[in-house]
Design a protein. Sequence first.
Length: 319
Amino acid sequence: MQPTVRDHALVDGLRAGQAAVEEGLLRATKSDVPFITEAARELTRTAGRRLRPLLVLLAARFGDPGAPGVVPAAVVVELTHLATHYHDDVRDEAAVRRDAPRPDANWDNTVAVLTGDFLFARASHILADLGPQAVRIQAQAFRRQVAGQILETTGPREDHDPVEHHLDVLASRTGSLTAVSGRLGALASGADPSVADALARYGERLGVAGHLADEVATPTTRRPTLPALLLARAADPTDRELHELLTGPAERAGQAEAVARLRAHPVLDLAREETARQADAARTALSALPDCPARDALESLCETVVAPTDTGRPPRSCG
């Protein structure tokens, strides 16, 4: 994933940074045990967008982008993201994640879980060299991710709106790590703390917007999605019946037809409106930052992230 960048110096800097991140990921996923290396690199090769490392690199432009901790910080957030993918796919028992086979399609669940643990361990090892503040930031984000996982698993309380509950889950599970990407990039580059705060707010809203955009583009019955949850608010019994089909047991008959009905349903427009609100909130957070090419690139990501190509595959995990 690339933002719209017109500044040639920024383009060159991002390319160099992204190449360094890829090299760092290869080093981080290497083990003395060849099988672990193979397992750890399977998802790394097919991971795609690399949004979080990009946010680290752009955030570092508000300080010293060449500071020694910038690339390691980008590697840390991507390793953490990939580790959550391994764990989520085992939990979901999904055969395919986007355009790549699920990690344990070739290995059993135990190996997939342990591979995720290996990536978490490698991320922690690199993070330790970035200092106690970076460790604390990552730990807080991990706490939020776990809390979000629990919230998603237990579902909303009786007095809590399911749509608001879903947005809270996404903020914890997806938004927390994109927020860390902005904050760690600013921290590693020596940027002002107020810049780090703004970039964290931006990252959290951007992460939520990106996930909602995927939910709109690729409706699924695997997990609760905003379009399906919005149907629960409808007065029309037909819409409520569609909601039950979409959120019911995976083996329930008629779910494929239900997804097709949802693709043509006007409730998707309401979901797009919420996606746009989240992207606007991300853009608003950038108003606290100095006007520069990096800020322009971050603004352009608000458009890029919320307009993914419809692949027909389920939306990515919150992780």
